[in-house]
Ligand binder design. Structure first.
Ligand SMILES: NC(=O)c1ccc[n+]([C@@H]2O[C@H](COP(=O)([O-])OP(=O)(O)OC[C@H]3O[C@@H](n4cnc5c(N)ncnc54)[C@H](OP(=O)(O)O)[C@@H]3O)[C@@H](O)[C@H]2O)c1
Length: 301
């Protein structure tokens, strides 16, 4: 297959490229730094700065759309919100209008999203049939991102939306940020620690995207998180155990709200999300429980 990726140089994209290269697929990555693509994604992966660099008669089988500026890195000022929006919604609009103009169209668009689509779900169990519970900026962003991607259906493409939980990996993402405070013994629950955290091991995240690529019947939204979400307090306890450190120091909600503004809703709220559709359609998770996922990664952290 010839697969075009956006965000292919990111955490999920790099792992996907590794898998798909090993399976013999041909990969092109649309990137702001196309020269870095072979180094980051694997030699043989082509980097392009503009979609128009893809020849109109070079057949494309699938597009995987993962680009987006990091959402939890800094407070959501007006400028930051604009960047978060442009790097997902506007970029996806550009992708769609290029696909519209192209005569040869791929059959499939797999587009990124997040469990944050539901907003803070409290104690409610969230399946793909659920509606957004409490809208905040992150859920509005995901809703608009998904709606834009869905328009590819009108071009005759199969559209899959991957509502990803916190991806656990040893080479980037959420765990890399928690590593230092936890190793220093400064880790612990956030706020009251009762919020639900849907998580997914990077190996399963890659496996499920590959499953959705191959599974011709798959379309619409999929919760990409392990079958057993945990509360934040439990997550901190288990990460502490995996790193052989205490994880008792709570991070008070007031401090977070004062320091991060609305971004704190991402950390103080949560989603009790379940991957109902993936399980029903036959995907098997390798890491079902958090401890096994953390133990697998901890010696590489
Ligand atoms: N990792 C998680 O835990 C998680 C959870 C839920 C949802 N997601 C979503 O899934 C997608 C992929 O996740 P990831 O962890 O692989 O992301 P990542 O490592 O942060 O990489 C995202 C990629 O997006 C591109 N990008 C960054 N800033 C951009 C900007 N201002 N404009 C255009 N492109 C920009 C970059 O590609 P270039 O530098 O090559 O342009 C980057 O490699 C993201 O959109 C993320 O929001 C991730």
């Amino acid at each position: 297959m010839h697969i075009l990726l956006t965000g292919g140089t990111g955490l999920i994209g790099r792992h996907l490229c590794q898998l798909w290269l090993s399976q013999g697929h041909r990969l092109t990555v649309w990137s702001r730094e196309p020269g870095q693509v072979p180094k980051r994604c694997g030699s043989g992966v082509r980097g392009i700065a503009r979609l128009e660099e893809l020849e109109p008669d070079d057949p494309l089988d699938a597009v995987v759309n993962l680009a987006g500026a990091p959402i939890a890195d800094r407070p959501w000022t007006a400028a930051r919100r604009q960047l978060l929006w442009a790097s997902r919604v506007t970029l996806t609009e550009q992708l769609l209008s290029w696909l519209e103009r192209r005569e040869q169209r791929p059959g499939l668009l797999i587009s990124g999203s997040a469990v944050g689509w539901y907003g803070d779900g409290g104690e409610r169990e969230l399946t793909e049939a659920s509606q957004p519970v409490k809208e905040d900026f992150a859920s509005q962003l995901c809703i608009a991102w998904e709606e834009t991607a869905q328009r590819a259906q009108t071009l005759g493409m199969r559209v899959v939306l991957v509502r990803t939980g916190l991806v656990l990996a040893s080479d980037g993402g959420f765990l890399s940020r928690l590593r230092l405070p936890f190793k220093l013994g400064l880790g612990g629950p956030i706020g009251n620690g009762r919020q639900w955290m849907p998580w997914v091991h990077i190996e399963d995240q890659i496996g499920l995207i590959d499953f959705l690529l191959q599974h011709n019947q798959a379309s619409g939204p999929y919760n990409a998180c392990a079958p057993e979400p945990v509360r934040n307090r439990e997550f901190a306890r288990r990460l502490g155990r995996a790193l052989h450190r205490p994880a008792l120091l709570p991070l008070p909600a007031l401090v977070l709200k004062a320091g991060l503004g609305e971004l704190s809703t991402l950390l103080l709220g949560g989603q009790r999300a379940r991957p109902v559709r993936l399980l029903a359609e036959g995907f098997t998770f390798r890491f079902n429980d958090l401890q096994s996922a953390l133990d697998d990664l901890s010696d590489r952290l």
